[in-house]
Design a protein around this ligand. Structure first.
Ligand SMILES: [Zn+2]
Length: 268
């Protein structure tokens, strides 16, 4: 795992979500509408992802072969014993940044995860709408990303949590209520919350080797995408979409990669 320790890896937390000019679509209508795109080699030609052309973001034109996000085809995942993620999450104060492309909740405590005998510090979480990953060709309304990094190697691990419509989420409501009006100016609320409250009850996951989903699309990070979603109310989803509509990167090709699936309560 200690490959190239690029200095840039230490500073490029480029998971700030990006947006395009696609018209805003109600989340409930997204899966069918976007399903048609999955069988195509690329997203629509007018895709504009963070001021790049789609050609630069599509994996066929991009140099990388381990790009994210991907469509997870459940019939093709490889079931194998996989370690549980050991969460060392605790309370932290809600500090958030409106990046202009998403809202980020920043680390203010000492949180992290341990997996495969490596530890990764929590750095920030943020949201995409619709989801970036798809499962069997279906997008979800939104996706939460919890970004972690190993302090020694710089290697990143991102946990992906699907979000689907359901009951209101009090924690997300706090995020909405304190959304900074000014971009890139952190707002400290001093409200305490539990980082674990962003996670689904089941911690079963899919995992694969991927990349950042924003430029520079750096590879060499591990994705853990939970099977079970968390819920936000339709109003909460719509409130986010109204501010940050469609900041999801198009699906990328697997290019021979395997997607592994954890099943059962597997403990290392
Ligand atoms: Zn993200």
């Amino acid at each position: 795992m200690k490959k190239t320790l690029a200095l840039t890896a230490l500073v490029l937390f480029c998971f700030a979500c990006d947006r395009n000019e696609e018209a805003r679509v109600a989340p409930q209508t997204l899966p069918k509408q976007h399903n048609a795109q999955l069988s195509r080699k690329s997203a629509p030609a007018d895709w504009d992802y963070e001021h790049t052309t789609f050609a630069k973001t599509g994996s066929l034109k991009h140099k990388g072969k381990n790009q994210s996000p991907i469509n997870i085809v459940t019939k093709k995942t490889i079931l194998k014993p996989l370690p549980a993620i050991n969460f060392q999450y605790s309370a932290l104060e809600l500090t958030e940044v409106n990046t202009g492309h998403t809202v980020e909740v920043e680390e203010t405590g000492d949180n992290g995860i341990e997996i495969n005998d490596s530890t990764y510090s929590f750095k920030q979480l943020h949201f995409h709408a619709h989801s970036e990953h798809a499962v069997d060709g279906q997008y979800r309304a939104m996706e939460l990303h919890l970004v972690h990094q190993n302090e020694l190697t710089g290697k990143r691990v991102v946990l992906g949590v699907f979000i689907e419509p359901g009951a209101p989420n009090p924690l997300f409501q706090q995020v909405l209520d304190h959304l900074p009006a000014t971009a890139n100016e952190p707002v400290e609320t001093h409200l305490l919350f539990q980082l674990a409250d962003w996670l689904p009850a089941s911690k079963e996951y899919y995992t694969y080797a991927g990349s950042l989903t924003t430029e520079p699309f750096s590879e060499g990070l591990d994705w853990y995408v939970f099977k079970e979603p968390i819920r936000l109310s339709p109003d909460q989803i719509n409130a986010f979409v109204a501010k940050f509509h469609h900041n999801a990167r198009p699906l990328q090709h697997l290019v021979g990669r395997k997607v592994f699936e954890q099943q059962g309560n597997t403990i290392q």
